[in-house]
Design a protein around this ligand. Structure first.
Ligand SMILES: [Zn+2]
Length: 194
């Protein structure tokens, strides 16, 4: 599995947009589309994708979603079936296939009500959206639908269910490629306020 941030180097206000590709067989999936047209150009260069999954539906994560849907003829997956951004709903405990690996879906509210994380037990790769970030920071909880205690509970759930988190890809900032669990643990401590 290869993970590439198509929003890398962007100067716009955008989330990361991770292209997840298989080594051999499997779906090529974009995890969040971001809000920078550069992502569209990079998608065109590679000849499209199979589908899109959204960690949540904040504007910086879905800004170019209509262009991605129209331009590449793909539907989207996400938690909130009533959202205009979500074509196919995912539920707690579902397995979502991307890059040739099965990712477990966890509903992880606290930053936003429809937030999910995706974790592959087989590869130790976690897509954490805006729940936690590298270096021990965590998602804003002062926005609509935000709640710190709920974010703490969601982070605890991820740590309880993900035995070995080796690699962490988040909605903003850099990815982590080893011992990523330590970063999530630090985020939990900081979110708890101690
Ligand atoms: Zn967000």
């Amino acid at each position: 599995m290869r993970v590439t941030n198509l929003a890398e180097g962007s100067t716009e206000f955008t989330s990361n947009a991770f292209l997840v590709e298989p080594d051999v067989e499997g779906r090529s999936v974009l995890v969040d589309v971001g809000s920078d047209d550069t992502v569209l150009e990079r998608l065109r260069d590679r000849g499209g994708i199979d589908t899109v999954v959204l960690t949540h539906t904040h504007g910086d994560h879905v800004g170019i979603l209509d262009e991605v849907r129209d331009g590449f003829g793909v539907g989207t997956w996400g938690y909130d079936a009533s959202s205009r951004y979500v074509d196919n709903p995912l539920a707690e405990g579902d397995t979502f296939e991307m890059g040739g690996a099965g990712f477990t879906v966890w509903h992880t509210p606290g930053h936003k009500g429809d937030h999910i994380c995706l974790y592959s037990p087989e590869t130790g790769v976690l897509f954490a959206g805006d729940l936690v970030f590298a270096g021990g920071s965590f998602g804003r909880t002062d926005l609509d639908e935000g709640d710190r205690a709920t974010l703490v509970g969601s982070t605890e759930k991820v740590l309880e269910n993900a035995d070995g988190i080796d690699e962490l890809h988040t909605g903003h900032g850099p990815s982590v490629y080893e011992n990523a669990r330590k970063h999530v643990e630090a985020s939990l401590r900081n979110a708890r306020g101690r």
